[in-house]
Design a protein around this ligand. Structure first.
Ligand code: PMP
Length: 378
């Protein structure tokens, strides 16, 4: 099996598996219980909280554990708006569904910054729009796009937002383990992360909140997580996340060296094959592990299936829970020609991806998708 879908979910890191396997009977309890086992597990949860804050250089932040970045994004946006009586939200059409869907369903004014054909934003346009803002506002912009890997200049956006007295939330999921994060310098108000993109378990994530900010809870009940997210903590998930976070900055280094070399090799081979192959975001600052490309013949779905039959896991863009493949909203926002949108596939590499795997992928794609594609023209 060749797994090249790290942006969807990274494989469980071997250290994480070991850590969970080695948990002792006396350590697994309900962190709210008063007895020894409860106190032991509480201690572990707090240790992981501190480790995550320290790995992300987030001295000025509190951390709330959630069930993943979908919940973190919901909590950040809805919880902040509710608590602070926010009147307007600014976001991007290319955000992950867990932001875009929340934004679209809000009962306040919604505005979207333009995305150019390179997949990025225009800082001047952002400044112009925000300078005219007369009521309270929240900006929600992702660190890096999960499909294209395009990295947004969050630091500069945060400075503009602050200049006009706004608040900024950043969906940081795809940055983690791919770029070293220094949250105190990034200086956003709210930052969402997820464990399963860095080798931790699925179903656990966190929202980091700058200590100068306040939010309202979305899930109420027993008052866990400082009253901001009730429900018994996902203890195993948190333990695994805590182990994965130990490697996060190391993974970012690997991403920008070996992984980048392999990704660049793949793209060089693709470009040699045909100048009809388009690599999205090629000239934009983007994640070093991501290659999102299209050759306008065979559909994305058919390519993913053909590759799967040869034991290769890639994605047609955003992973889709219903199994239904919708044309990419990211490529649409980038005004990519329809014929490319329907044939786009995303290859996302990770720490275990080897040069041999990339070469095997390329050869199989060439024979089963590129050459076969002519037979399947839509
Ligand atoms: N935001 C982005 C950018 C993502 O890539 C993902 C995962 N596909 C999410 C949010 C949702 O994260 P989770 O799976 O932890 O809910």
């Amino acid at each position: 099996m060749i797994y090249l879908d790290y942006n969807a979910t990274a494989p469980l890191h071997k250290n994480v598996i070991k850590k969970i396997q080695n948990l002792k009977f006396e350590e697994f309890g309900n962190p709210s219980s008063v007895h020894k086992i409860g106190r032991n597990s509480k201690k572990i949860v707090e240790e992981v909280r501190r480790n995550i804050l320290s790995a992300l250089k987030a001295k000025n932040y509190d951390l709330i554990f959630t069930s993943g970045a979908t919940e973190s994004n919901n909590l950040a946006i809805k919880g902040f708006i509710k608590k602070n009586n926010i009147k307007t939200i600014f976001s991007l059409q290319t955000e992950h569904a867990s932001v875009i869907d929340v934004v679209k369903n809000l009962d306040i004014e919604k505005k979207f910054f333009n995305i150019n054909s390179n997949g990025n934003i225009n800082l001047k346009e952002i400044e112009e729009l925000l300078s005219k803002q007369t009521s309270s506002f929240l900006v929600s912009i992702m660190f890096a796009n999960n499909e294209s890997g395009i990295i947004h200049p969050i630091n500069e956006i945060a400075k503009i937002v602050r200049k006009y007295k706004g608040i900024i939330h950043c969906d940081g999921v795809q940055g983690l383990g791919k770029i070293e994060i220094d949250l105190d310098s990034l200086d956003v108000d709210l930052f969402s992360i997820s464990s399963h993109k860095i080798g931790g378990p699925t179903g656990v994530g966190a929202l980091l909140i700058n200590t100068r900010n306040n939010i309202s809870p979305e899930i109420t009940g027993g008052g866990q997580e400082k009253n901001l997210r009730s429900g018994t903590e996902n203890f195993l998930g948190i333990v695994g996340f805590g182990e994965a976070i130990n490697e996060v900055n190391n993974l970012a280094k690997i991403c920008n060296s070996e992984i980048k070399n392999n990704r660049d090799l793949l793209e060089a081979n693709l470009k040699k094959l045909s100048n009809e192959i388009k690599i999205f975001g090629e000239d934009t600052n983007r994640l070093a592990n991501t290659c999102y490309f299209a050759y306008p013949s065979m559909t994305s779905e058919n390519q993913v299936i053909a590759l799967d039959q040869k034991g290769i896991c890639v994605s047609s863009g955003a992973a889709c829970s219903s199994g239904k493949v919708e044309p990419s909203h990211v490529l649409k926002a980038m005004q990519v020609d329809e014929k490319y949108i329907h044939s786009a596939i995303r290859v996302s590499l990770g720490w275990d991806s080897t040069k041999e795997q990339i070469e095997t992928f390329f050869n199989i794609w060439k024979s089963d998708c590129f050459k076969n594609g002519a037979l399947n023209v839509r």
